[in-house]
Design a binder for this molecule. Structure first.
Ligand SMILES: [Zn+2]
Length: 111
């Protein structure tokens, strides 16, 4: 009986057992550190969001639109940016039309 107990007590302190416990502690610490890291990254990610100045929706700088548009800090969300570009393109097209008409008028006036 004593022999068995003594053996059992001794076995707890074998090198393998010590290493196994150390590995388990190490793994637990690693897992804890990883959880903390993920939480920090989540917090950072949240902090990086801002409200779109046009529609007030959350803008995620990590989000790249299909056309490759990546919002700059404080900039428009991809939806508003697309609308803005369409308006801009339309404005330029209108200006060009006006310009052509003006040139045509100018040419006919020279004649
Ligand atoms: Zn927007």
């Amino acid at each position: 009986m004593w022999e068995t107990l003594n053996e059992a007590l001794t076995n707890i302190n074998t090198k393998d057992d010590y290493l196994a416990r150390r590995d388990a502690r190490q793994a637990e610490q690693d897992a804890q550190r990883e959880r903390e890291q993920q939480q920090r990254e989540m917090g950072q990610w949240r902090a990086e969001l801002w409200a779109c100045p046009s529609c007030g929706g959350d803008v995620d700088p990590g989000h790249t639109a299909q056309d490759g548009y990546q919002p700059q800090r404080g900039g428009l969300c991809p939806v508003c940016e697309r609308a803005r570009r369409e308006l801009e393109a339309e404005r330029i097209a209108a200006q060009e039309r006006t310009g052509i008409v003006a040139r045509l008028r100018g040419r006919s006036a020279d004649r």
